[in-house]
Design a protein around this ligand. Structure first.
Ligand code: ATP
Length: 358
């Protein structure tokens, strides 16, 4: 569908804004690097205010970087206006025109570009079919559901056959169930068309489900970039481990490092775990245990008292008080397993090769 798939490269880009209160300049985006292959789907993920939208707007050309250079399809675009950049943006608000029908909304950009009428008709009908909105051409946009409006917004961007598609929190106005359906749809359509996509969200499960690679941002800088599996299983920092999924953080003593592993002392028990830490031998480190990586057992090395035991349907949710700290445990499909009750003694049962220190 796209005339040409284009890569996106951000080369040490920064954006400085003035704080409206203190009038002091600050880095809203600091030294961000990215090299996206054509056809790749990359998500910018992070808490509110971390700079995600600013990066997207700089790629689109609505803002210009104060430092660094942006390349689209190998071409330096810092000095190009948005309409010269071969990108199209799908907004959170959809930004559909309210008093015209679906067909004319999708055709709008093509009319501006002075395409012949029959070409416009063919392109618009093809795209509406792709987003499963064929037959709805004559509907006014205010007669559409939120999900349908988002499909039209997507069609309107795709019909321009841009080299790069940009998404600014496109699903945040939809209810939770529709968000899940639409994210699958967006990914399906993106893969079908083979278009390069940059997607902004603060929803980590959305980012996991939709992306080839995720960039996790914190206060203007990149904390980590990697595939959903990499950022989940090998987070570069406590911030990432905490932001992606749930995690228990337990302070430990690092005794010895060897072959990417470390011997640690955790509440008096000696274990060998994976080591992604910068800690030195003899120093402090943090043991990261995902709640689903651990179960409860009657025997073991690390014991404590159950402080919470809740049936959640798909899993039993526990908290175990160990060494003055509560460890969260999600025991999936507990139908045939022993259920530990509050006040009972229990031990943590986990495979040491499935946990790591940071
Ligand atoms: P959200 O998820 O809330 O949209 P975000 O990660 O997209 O957040 P940005 O909108 O990129 O964050 O904003 C990054 C920082 O820059 C924030 O501190 C924001 O207040 C600030 N900021 C954004 N636009 C401007 C502006 N035009 N002038 C001054 N500060 C700005």
């Amino acid at each position: 569908m796209a005339k040409e798939k284009k890569g996106v490269r951000l080369d040490h880009i920064s954006k400085i804004y003035e704080d409206p209160k203190t009038k002091k300049p600050f880095y809203a985006v600091k030294d961000v690097n990215l090299d996206m292959k054509p056809g790749e789907f990359v998500t910018l993920l992070g808490p509110s205010g971390c700079g995600k939208t600013t990066i997207l707007r700089m790629i689109a050309g609505f803002e210009s970087p104060d430092e660094g250079e942006i390349y689209i399809g190998g071409e330096a675009v810092n000095d190009l206006t948005p309409n010269k950049r071969d990108t199209a943006m799908v907004f959170q608000s959809y930004a559909l025109l309210p008093h015209i029908n679906v067909f004319d909304n999708v055709a709008y950009g093509l009319k501006l570009r002075k395409f012949p009428k029959d070409v416009i008709r063919e392109k618009v009908l093809n795209i509406l079919k792709l987003v499963e909105m064929d037959g709805m051409e004559a509907r006014m946009t205010n007669q559409l559901s939120g999900g349908q409006q988002q499909r039209v917004a997507l069609a309107r961007a795709l019909v321009l056959e841009p080299g790069v598609l940009l998404f600014d929190e496109p699903l945040s106005n939809l209810d939770a169930k529709l968000r899940v359906t639409m994210r699958t749809e967006i990914r399906k359509i993106q893969q079908k068309v083979g278009i390069t996509a940059v997607y902004v969200t603060h929803d980590q499960s959305e980012a996991m489900a939709i992306s080839d690679n995720i960039i996790i941002m914190s206060r203007g800088h990149m904390e980590q970039m990697g595939s959903p599996r990499e950022v989940y299983y090998k987070p570069a920092s406590k911030f990432v481990a905490d932001f992606i999924g749930e995690a228990n953080f337990i302070p430990v003593k690092l005794e010895k490092k060897h072959d990417g592993k470390a011997d640690i002392d955790v509440f008096g028990a000696k274990l060998t775990v994976l080591d992604y830490s910068k800690a030195e031998e003899g120093g402090d480190a943090t043991l990261v245990i995902r709640p689903e990586a651990v179960k409860l057992a009657d025997t073991g090395q690390i014991g404590g008292e159950v402080s919470l035991s809740t049936f959640m349907g798909a899993y039993q949710y526990y908290r175990l008080l160990v060494g003055g700290q509560e460890v969260q445990i999600t025991d999936y499909n507990p139908v045939n397993r022993k259920i530990y009750e509050v006040g009972e003694k229990a031990f943590l049962d986990f495979d040491p090769s499935g946990v790591y220190i940071l």
